[in-house]
Design a protein around this ligand. Sequence first.
Ligand SMILES: [Mn+2]
Length: 340
Amino acid sequence: MNNTPKEIADFLAKQNRVSIFAHVNPDGDAIGSTCALALALEKLGIRVDMYNTYPIPRVYHFLANAEKIRLFTGEEELAETVVIVDSSNLKRTDLDKYPQSLAGKTIVEIDHHLGNDGFGDYNFVEAQSVANCENVYQVIKELPVEIDENIATALYLGISTDSGSFKFDAVTAQTHRIAAELLEKGARLDLVRLYIYESVSPAKLTLEKYLYNNLNIVAGGKLAWCAFDKDILAETKADGNDIDGIVNIMKNIEGVELAVLFREREDGIKISFRSKTWLSANDLAAYFGGGGHKYASGATINKSLDESIAAVIAKAEEIMGEKHERWHCQCNETAGDYLP
Ligand SMILES: [Mn+2]
């Protein structure tokens, strides 16, 4: 069952101590959600411990509270109330590996992913929101606290990064209204720009160079893919933050509808899917046991890199063939001639 932002806020405001988690390999929205909610609850005198099972990439350290997010090892004692942000299930946080840590705890989740399984005792899931920071904003608005510069910056960062800088389809007038209010409250657009958009790490640059030299375009120019094997990933020492966004380089190629990036990792082949207009990247990821959003999704396969590539590209070509035909029938009479 889904709770309202007010129900979530009222419950949280009554707590003395809260632990907050976000998904593994945290991005701007996960970290922004964590920091903003913690800052707001701390204003109410609540003790907040923030955790992640991954280190926080240094580009986010400029946010207030980000450096206080601790690495969770399973040893730490969590508060009676555990808030999980920006994660569609427990597995996304790695907490499924530590069931004893959650035994008897009340779980509150605030999320914006399609296919969220409502795993919390309290759930506020609004999948229409382009960023989970929009949902965290709604909860904070129901708390008896003022949004200050630090909270505004954390929320703005999450909204800006998860919306592709306000470009994605899921961006609404409401997204802009929230962003406008955050700027009025002092959100540091200058710091977001400096640390997020105007800083490319050497590792990312090396990966981009590799991508340009090794990408494949198939399916009549509609599907672009590339694979980062373990050697290139080890050579560059790239973290999730360096790889973030690289798949979009392929998606942005004229005529490409679907971009697929494979990464060979210890725990399997991690695949990122990005689609542009008529294809659901979410459906494709779901076929391989993953999920996400309509235009951005991911999955992990436990096969060799070559086997994974063969299976995914074959399935993608099959789905694209079917869907494209159907889509053409639908659109021919109206905008069909003008769409890719
Ligand atoms: Mn998100």
